[in-house]
Design a protein around this ligand. Structure first.
Ligand code: HEC
Length: 244
């Protein structure tokens, strides 16, 4: 077995374990609010300490930022796991931005920690760094939202029935990698006019519900498997793909 395959299996076994206790959601969002909240809190305490000239609040701010630094590390690790599991490690634009912003946040929080050893002397630089930290967490939140909701293509129109359900599932699980309204490749092939084509875009197999199901259960190469997608959702996805 290759090294990558071993790593992949380790990650998948974590998600399998969680699924066994009934947890099938991404795990990064559950913890990511901890460093985000602490960073916002730290910034607010530091600003307040200046307005009210209460140095003790600046100390509270520093404590918040130390906890932010400690908690940002597991948040980044879980973000990495979710990225591998739910997006197959695909280099999507919001992912690149999140990796960059999280790296910057880590550096900024560490610098604030070091400057905090001489808090009186470095008070202004510390506040400036906190402001940058705040900007990083706002950016992280923005691109997290982009990743999950950004590629929504059906905002209105038919709201009920399998086609609408299929569209919703597609937007949530597939649109990050597949265009519904183009034939060009995003990460995987575009699906415009899929059911009017001679053959499936990647495998060259005949276009059919069965072959879509096959790709979901046992993807050819880079696509993450969707093996626990309920039968109902697969039917809805196929119904939707037929309308493209
Ligand atoms: C992380 C990116 C990614 C996601 C998410 C994704 N796909 Fe794919 N898809 C791919 C890639 C890459 C291919 C090219 C074949 C391969 O590498 O498996 C592909 C190929 C396909 C094909 C063509 C198979 C063939 O036989 O030619 C279909 C159909 C498909 N995907 C459907 C879906 C559906 C439906 C979803 C959502 C439930 C989805 N994909 C989610 C990346 C993705």
């Amino acid at each position: 077995m290759t090294r990558e395959a071993v790593g992949e299996n380790m990650i998948e076994s974590i998600y399998l374990m969680l699924a066994k206790i009934g947890y099938t959601h991404p795990i990064h969002p559950a913890i990511t609010h901890v460093p985000v909240g602490l960073t916002i809190g730290g910034f607010v305490f530091d600003i307040t300490s200046r307005f009210l000239t209460r140095p003790v609040l600046a100390q509270t701010a520093r404590h918040c930022m130390v906890l932010a630094l400690i908690s940002v590390i597991p948040a980044m690790l879980l973000g990495y796991l979710d990225w591998q599991h739910f997006y197959g490690g695909a280099w999507l634009f919001p992912i690149k931005m999140k990796i960059f912003l999280a790296g910057m946040l880590l550096i900024l929080l560490s610098s604030a920690l070091i400057l905090g050893l001489k808090p009186e002397k470095n008070a202004n630089s510390i506040l400036l760094i906190y402001a940058f930290c705040l900007a990083m967490v706002l950016g992280l939140g923005y691109f997290g939202g982009e990743l999950v909701y950004g590629s929504k293509t059906v905002e209105s129109g038919v709201a009920e029935g399998p086609v609408a359900d299929g569209a919703r599932i597609f937007n949530a699980s597939c649109a990050a990698c597949h265009y519904p309204d183009k034939t060009e490749t995003k990460i995987g092939p575009g699906f415009q006019g899929l059911f009017n084509r001679e053959s499936m875009p990647s495998s060259g197999l005949p276009v059919s519900g069965a072959n879509i199901r096959k790709q979901l259960k046992t993807p050819m190469q880079f696509m993450p498997p969707f093996s626990d997608l309920p039968e109902e959702d697969i039917e809805a996805l196929i119904a939707y793909l037929k309308t493209l």
